[in-house]
Write a protein that binds this ligand. Structure first.
Ligand code: NDP
Length: 440
């Protein structure tokens, strides 16, 4: 048995080795000493989130689907074996598609524990195959295309059960790996913190990288299928696609397809590089994103809104502006990080950070420090507007998005300041606003 002192020495050597590995590849630097960071959530906060978030999802879904008396929110009606099998079947089918030898395998950024994993980039194909298979099943009358809408409460409830079960599995599995490979292993954290926030940075099941898989395949493809089934319900009820519903569905599908098409860029996000995978993230990807992101479409099926040509035109312009800022700023930074020598960047001003990386300080990234967040917020506004102003729920996602992105901007800036020091301060001096020009 190693003494505590020896263990500390081993840990310290391991950290130094990780730091060396990181500096060998200048574009692979993880956030400043992530192992030293404080926990962002208190135990009470986490316990409340664990209980309230699943309840909130069920409440919100029920608010719409039960209004016409078709469903009631009672535990006895939430459990449905068919819905459970559909949800599990969807997850297994996506897992099988992930493992198919289509698309490409890419090496991810070196993550905070020092590993550099392989990822299978075929999310866009997975989505197309899923739609074709479901279309075929619907064509041959083997599945009811509105089932996702009709059983949304039961599907969400199944998602809550499955995410709870999987979180227990990841949690128990994390005890089988050396503790030095866990994030925050040196910190004293209680059971609630470890279970909710997770212990392992990047749990794997064979070749399946669970966190990466959950973030786009389960969350985004699940969301796309859910809005398609809501669209089908809208057509069945009203005999046509109303302009308001059509706008929401097209806007959201475009956003989802863009994310799936450029799946590789997710490998650079803080979720993949720094965040552990626990109950909160498992639930978020399996339940929160697919079901709450579809609330606008669900609202419109149950509260149809008429829009004038002028309103349609204004909403399209708002969305076009938002998605343009969102896509272009994201692509500019991602391409710059992939290949800073590209001719596209030769005339752009940059700040040298002294770490081998530069910060863009012109065009999008010279206008705001998070132009992509502003684009994201405008996009969220555009797909809430078709719902009118008589109810707050279609705007809930927008409000949460604003809150989350403001918080995220602060966290990312703390990391960048830790890594780039004076260069980041110079960047903040030259680019004064984070998200909203002249406001914030
Ligand atoms: P970003 O894509 O903005 O990435 C931040 C990183 O970019 C920094 O850590 C730094 O990394 C690099 N960077 C920052 N400034 C510059 C600069 N001037 N020049 C070059 N590189 C710079 O953040 P996220 O990963 O948070 O977001 C990715 C997308 O996902 C966004 O579009 C966001 O809107 C979206 N998102 C949406 C959410 C929602 O709820 N709607 C939630 C989360 C994300 P480094 O220097 O290490 O390369």
């Amino acid at each position: 048995m190693m003494s505590d002192h020896s263990q500390n020495q081993v840990s310290s050597l391991l950290r130094k080795k990780q730091a060396c590995l990181v500096s060998e590849e200048t574009d692979q630097t993880p956030a400043a000493s992530p192992l030293e960071k404080d926990d962002r959530f208190s135990t009470l906060h986490l316990a409340v989130l664990c209980v309230c978030l699943p309840g909130l999802v069920l409440y919100l879904l029920n608010k719409y689907v039960a209004e016409d008396g078709s469903q009631q929110l009672a535990v006895a009606t939430l459990w449905d074996l068919n819905s459970f099998l559909i949800l599990v079947g969807f997850v297994l089918f996506q897992a099988a598609l992930y493992l198919l030898p289509i698309g490409k395998i890419v090496k991810g950024k070196r993550i905070a524990t020092g590993e550099r994993d392989d990822y299978c980039i075929n999310g866009f194909y997975a989505f197309l195959i899923t739609v074709v298979v479901l279309g075929g099943l619907w064509f041959f009358d083997l599945v009811d295309v509105t089932i996702g809408h009709d059983k949304c409460l039961q599907l969400a409830f199944s998602g809550i059960l499955v995410s709870l079960f999987l979180s227990i599995v990841w949690f128990l599995k994390s005890f089988t790996i050396p503790k030095e490979q866990l994030m925050n292993y040196r910190k004293k954290r209680n059971f609630v913190q470890e279970f909710c926030m997770g212990r392992e940075l990047n749990p794997k099941f064979g070749k399946l990288n669970i966190k990466f898989f959950s973030m786009l395949r389960i969350a985004f493809i699940g969301w796309a299928l859910f809005i398609l089934t809501i669209l089908a319900e809208g057509v069945e009820r009203n005999g046509r696609v109303s302009p308001a519903l059509g706008l929401v569905v097209v806007f959201q599908l475009f956003y989802i397809l863009d994310a799936l098409y450029d799946e590789e860029s997710i490998l650079f996000t803080k979720e993949i590089v720094n965040d552990t995978f626990g109950y909160i993230m498992t639930f978020g990807e399996m339940v929160w994103i697919p079901f709450t992101s579809s609330l606008q479409a669900l609202y419109l099926v149950h509260h149809p809104q008429e829009l004038s040509y002028l309103q349609v035109a204004i909403i399209i312009v708002i969305y076009a502006v938002g998605i343009f800022i969102y896509c272009h700023s994201n692509k500019q930074k991602n391409n710059f990080r992939r290949d800073p020598q590209d001719v596209a960047f030769t005339n752009l001003e940059t700040i040298d950070t002294g770490t081998g990386k530069k910060l863009l300080v012109s065009e999008w990234w010279g206008w705001l420090r998070h132009p992509n967040y502003l684009g994201d917020i405008i996009v969220h506004l555009a797909w809430s507007l078709p719902c009118g102003f008589s109810h707050i729920i279609p705007y809930l996602q927008l409000l949460l998005c604003v809150r989350m992105l403001i918080k995220r901007a602060t966290e990312i800036e703390e990391d960048c300041h830790g890594r780039y020091g004076a260069a980041w301060e110079e960047y903040c001096r030259r680019v004064k606003y984070q998200i909203f020009p002249h406001i914030y």
